[in-house]
Design a protein around this ligand. Structure first.
Ligand SMILES: [Fe+2]
Ligand SMILES: [Fe+2]
Length: 169
């Protein structure tokens, strides 16, 4: 950010800023997911988080493609939103003693991150569409669909696979 100038002038600048923001977020998620995986006990939860970690790495590759198509270097910009969500997840996980309650806490924290990503990708797709960047919409949509699927999977782990029930008993 410039000290004397406002760096975001046009809608294209705003779109690029949003891309850098989600690029930073995805990279922070790759760094933080292993910590949650380590703390999780439920097998389905561990597998779900591990699968999504791999997916997240692929999502970063898609964002690299988006930057390339726009003729810009791949780079992130510090995103306090995701930093806050991750910090909160780490803090909460550190405060829960019971393993089963901890699993429920991890699902909730992970879903917070997924919802953040769903919101950001939804906006980016709408902006890309308005700007006529049709060639990048499909990359962003694939990422969005993976976030939605990850969120659904987490709901199913919490509700159908018994994480919440065991935590409450
Ligand atoms: Fe993601
Ligand atoms: Fe995600």
């Amino acid at each position: 950010m410039g000290l004397f100038t406002k760096d975001i002038q046009t809608m294209d600048d705003l779109f690029l800023h949003g891309l850098k923001d989600i690029y930073y977020a995805e990279n922070q998620i790759v760094k933080s997911l292993p910590k949650l995986i380590e703390k999780a006990t439920n097998r389905e939860l561990v597998k779900g988080l591990k699968d999504h970690l791999e997916e997240t790495k692929t999502q970063i590759g898609r964002l690299d493609q988006v930057f390339k198509k726009l003729g810009k270097p791949s780079e992130g910009v510090k995103c306090p939103g995701i930093d806050g969500l991750i910090e909160e997840a780490d803090e909460l996980a550190g405060e829960v003693a019971d393993k089963e309650v901890l699993d429920a806490a991890i699902v909730g924290a992970a879903q917070g991150v997924e919802h953040y990503e769903i919101c950001r990708y939804g906006t980016l797709i709408a902006w890309a569409d308005s700007l006529g960047h049709d060639d990048v919409v499909r990359f962003l949509t694939t990422n969005l669909n993976e976030e939605k699927a990850a969120d659904k999977k987490l709901s199913s782990i919490a509700l159908r696979k018994g994480v919440n029930r065991k935590a409450a008993s």
